[in-house]
Structures are given as C-alpha cells and as structure tokens.
Design a protein around this ligand. Structure first.
Ligand SMILES: [Zn+2]
Length: 124
C-alpha cells in the first residue's frame, strides 16, 4: 500500500457504488469494495485511499476482520492528509521520505490506537 495515492488511477478503473462512507476532517469519503483491487503498477493490494477524488477502496475478497483493519488503515491515510499532518510529515522528514514514513506510521500507530480505544473503561 505504499504510495497508493500516486499509483492508482480511478479513471481507468471505474468504482462501484459506495456501500459505506466516512467523514474525515469534514470531508465525506465514499468507501467502495472492489474485486481484485490493484494499484496502477499492477500489484495486488488490500486497500487504497485515493486523495484526488477522494475515496477509499477495499479488496472485496478480504474477510471482515482484515477488511476492517485495512479500512482503519486507509482512514488513517485520509486523516493524515486532511488534517494537515501529512504536510507536517513532509516538512519535517528528509526529502522524498514522507510517503514511506507515513506508511510505517500507519502500520504501527493505527492498530495500537484502536487497541487502546477498545480498552477504555469507567464512567463517561
Ligand atoms: Zn498504507
């Protein structure tokens, strides 16, 4: 899923009607499930966040737990971009390293964040 924003061309691969949507930083993002999802380079991938449209695509063959994990990962990419955190990452990282760094951050941060959320206890 590295550099997915740049390698997937939604014009060449029409997307199905979205079954779900999420609002990230005030932007409504459709979520579509696509059979045999592939990046523009032809490599199979489990999910993509396409910033230009925007939308999130998830491979429809994934079982629900994996699809959820991938969806949260892609929402993380959307939040990075739309919150401005991606800009900060660009600014603070070495030249041309921010995409790789963002991917690594999403892979470690999102599962840890979600696991922590699930452990919240006590009166709210
Ligand atoms: Zn990713």
């Amino acid at each position: 899923m590295e550099n997915n924003l740049l390698v997937y061309n939604p014009v060449e691969e029409p997307t199905p009607e979205p079954l779900m949507q999420v609002t990230v930083c005030g932007t409504l993002i459709p979520i579509v499930f696509v059979a045999n999802l592939r990046a523009e380079d032809g490599d199979a991938c489990d999910g993509l966040f396409i910033a230009e449209v925007p939308f999130i695509a998830i491979d429809s063959s994934l079982h629900s737990a994996r699809a959820s994990a991938i969806l949260f990962h892609e929402i993380g990419h959307a939040a990075m971009l739309l919150s401005g955190a991606g800009y900060l990452l660009d600014k603070k990282s070495k030249k041309n390293q921010s995409g790789e760094l963002e991917e690594e951050l999403m892979r470690v941060f999102i599962p840890s964040f979600l696991a922590a959320i699930e452990t919240i206890q006590g009166a709210t």
